[in-house]
Design a protein around this ligand. Structure first.
Ligand SMILES: Cc1ncc(COP(=O)(O)O)c(C=O)c1O
Length: 371
């Protein structure tokens, strides 16, 4: 079976993890600032805070920009559920707006139309690593928290790397990401006050110069261990290669899938100077096709795939809690109903890519020939 994802871990990861194990400093040790400093340097941003997951980072970043009870946060319904959940953690309301059919991101116009006097922040998601138009959101004058969990390596059309614009931006290092630490995340920012608050709240609300037993604010345990940070430091050292390999696999996929079916939609090309940080290779199946049957048929041919992503507003929790229904965000719903993630990882071989393309072609043409 060709798997959906496969991390690249090598001798350098082993070496740095062993360094941590031998040091005995498994948490709150020197590997944490080493990973943070390397990450901030790499992006060209002032500060980075390592956290236990992308979800934890989103939660802390939203708190740091002041999101609280009853606020509204404008965001995308076409995302991993964590971006909306983090808003709900603070008893605020996610206000969804429909996505652009090409980039699959929210647009400044759609966001502007959803702003009310209760809007406290905007949470754009760089979905599938394609940069959202954050510069276009800045004139709204609202705090922005960027969900960059899928977008390491992406560059906005004005040449600024995603995560380097200065607003809090949140990356994720789950095992299928561009950079992996198993579980983990990073919040970047240019704001010293936000950095200080995130560092305290990830560590039970403790200030750096404070006695262990005293806490001046509510906090969480959202720390990232030194073992995870060691993986992060090692992965950063070969990030260029990891990203280039992913981009190479994406280019081969484009060639291989180009003629498979005229109604099969591939990920959008980079436009206007924007650069995607390749995370997943998601295609949209022709309309009217049975997606579950397609996924099953691909599995029978040795190809793992999965529906990706479902629309957040149509998940049962969001329907029940906020009263969402089908038809509210037609572009998102159409894309969410047709999207399938194909196997995608840096060391994918040309043979594996061809095998996926052939399996997909066979499955699509046989389902089209059904009555
Ligand atoms: C768009 C998006 N936001 C947030 C997250 C949450 O990150 P994590 O799984 O590290 O908590 C993910 C993770 O997959 C994601 O894809």
């Amino acid at each position: 079976m060709i798997p959906l994802a496969q991390p690249v871990l090598g001798a350098r990861e082993e070496e740095l993890v062993l360094e941590v194990l031998r040091s005995g400093r498994l948490s709150l040790g020197p590997m944490v600032p080493r990973f943070e400093d390397g990450f901030a340097r790499r992006l060209g941003v002032r500060y980075a805070s390592a956290v236990s997951s992308g979800t934890a980072g989103l939660h802390l970043a939203l708190r740091a920009v002041g999101v609280t009870d009853g606020d509204e946060v404008v965001t995308s319904p076409f995302s991993f559920v964590a971006s909306a959940n983090a808003i709900v953690f603070e008893r605020a309301q996610p206000v969804f707006v429909d996505i652009d059919p090409v980039t699959l991101n929210v647009t400044p116009d759609a966001v502007a139309a959803a702003v009310t006097e209760r809007t406290r922040a905007v949470l754009p998601v760089h979905i599938f690593g394609y940069p959202a138009d954050v510069a276009g959101l800045e004139p709204l004058g609202l705090p922005i928290v960027e969900d960059a969990a899928e977008a390491l390596g992406a560059v906005s059309s004005d040449g600024v790397p995603v995560g380097a614009r200065g607003h809090p931006a949140v990356f994720g290092f789950y095992a299928n990401k561009q950079l992996v630490t198993g579980e983990g995340g990073m919040v970047t920012t240019d704001d010293a006050v936000i950095k200080e608050r995130i560092d305290s709240e990830r560590n039970q609300g403790r200030a750096p110069d404070m006695d262990w037993l005293d806490h001046d604010r509510l906090g969480f345990n959202y720390r990232l261990s030194d073992v995870a940070c060691a993986l992060g430091v090692a992965q950063l050292e070969h990030l260029d290669e990891l990203l280039a390999d992913r981009a190479g696999v994406a280019a081969l996929y484009r060639d291989a899938l180009g003629d498979v079916d005229p109604e099969l939609a591939l990920p959008c090309d980079d436009a206007d100077g924007a650069v995607r940080g390749w995370f997943v290779f998601v295609v949209q199946l022709p309309r009217g096709l049975n997606r579950d049957a397609t996924v099953r048929a691909l599995a029978e041919r040795g190809v793992q795939s999965k529906p990706y992503l479902p629309a957040i507003h149509l998940m049962s929790y969001y329907r029940e809690r906020f009263g969402h229904r089908e038809g509210e965000f037609p572009v998102c719903e159409d894309v969410a109903a047709r999207s399938v993630a194909l196997p995608f990882f840096p060391r994918m071989t040309e043979g594996q890519i061809q095998a996926v393309a052939e399996a997909l072609e066979t499955v699509l043409s046989s389902s089209r020939s059904l009555p």
